[in-house]
Write a protein that binds this ligand. Structure first.
Ligand SMILES: Cc1ncc(COP(=O)(O)O)c(C=O)c1O
Length: 293
């Protein structure tokens, strides 16, 4: 694992972040998760765009201290240091160290804390994509955009953490989260699509979902493949009649949910629409899957 703190390589076992860091005190920060495939970061510019939007929305003066070019150079340097072909990068930004606890952003002194962590990543095998994952519908709801604007991929993930614990306790891999009005929004760390009667659906951004970079790519790939996608506000019941359900996120691309609340979705394996979109996603980013069982 490679760790950079404020641009400098650091030892992950002895790196200290201040106990007065606002990220630690209040979750006062934002982050990006990137995927490295073939030694290159996928959608680097899109991630930097979203990070810039997050910092601006949260009023964190990230670009008063680092240029966008410096950040991308640090990411590339960290990847080179790691030397691996396949990795996940966690880029975190907090408002930085404060001179005392207190909510005012003005209490932050110095520069935002920027960490870049490169974690070696074993991509899922083709058989895992075919098998898919299980999910529950969580009782915890997505934080509405009126509380944390969706333009910010903020480090505040407690509802998702509680929903993940709920899924784990139920023996499931993922949790689908509804918005406060009971409409399907997304999962804890991924966007959601479903297919019913030959039509593709995905939750409308008004549900407060995080506008995923993979979601955007899949909307483009779906349109190239001739599928029309409807952005909808739909109750959880809509998922019960789906032939296919799948999630989209940076680390996996397109992954089917094949059991929902212990009931098989469609045939209980990856369906043809998810398989086609995964094929196009892998081709777009030149990622090859291990064929191991
Ligand atoms: C809440 C949430 N929704 C969706 C996503 C998927 O976004 P992306 O496709 O940019 O990885 C993430 C990824 O971290 C997430 O945390």
């Amino acid at each position: 694992m490679i760790v950079l703190v404020n641009g400098k390589i650091a030892d992950p076992d002895s790196t200290l972040i201040s106990p007065l860091d606002r990220g630690f005190l209040y979750g006062d920060g934002c982050f990006e998760t990137l995927r490295v495939a073939g030694g290159r970061p996928i959608e680097l510019e899109a991630h930097l765009d979203r990070l810039a939007g997050s910092a601006e929305t949260l009023r964190i003066p990230l670009f008063a201290h680092w240029s966008r070019l410096q950040l991308s150079e640090q990411i590339l340097a960290a990847i080179q240091h790691d030397g691996g072909d396949s990795a996940i990068i966690r880029l975190s930004v907090s408002r930085g160290r404060a001179h005392r606890p207190g909510l005012s952003p003005r209490l932050a002194e110095g520069q935002p804390t920027v960490t870049i962590i490169v974690i070696p990543h074993q991509p899922l095998a083709a058989s895992q994509y075919r098998r898919g994952i299980s999910a529950i519908v969580s009782r915890y709801r997505r934080i509405p955009a009126e509380c944390i604007p969706v333009e910010a991929k903020a480090t505040h993930y407690l509802p998702g953490i509680l929903a993940t614990a709920e899924a784990e306790e139920a023996g499931a891999d993922e949790a689908i989260m509804l918005d406060i009005h009971g409409q399907v929004a997304e999962t804890t760390v991924a966007n959601l699509f479903w297919c019913a009667g030959g039509t593709l659906f995905t939750p409308d951004p008004s549900t407060g979902l995080l506008p995923g970079i993979t979601r955007r790519a899949i909307l483009e790939l779906a349109s190239e493949a001739g599928f029309s996608v409807h952005e909808v506000c739909a109750p959880a019941l809509a998922l019960a009649s789906a032939d296919e359900i799948f999630i989209t996120k940076t680390s996996v691309g397109v992954l089917s949910i094949t059991r929902l609340d212990r009931i098989a979705v469609g045939a209980g394996v990856q369906g043809p629409v998810s398989a086609e979109l995964l094929r196009r996603y892998l081709a777009r980013y030149r990622i090859s899957l291990e064929a191991t069982e």
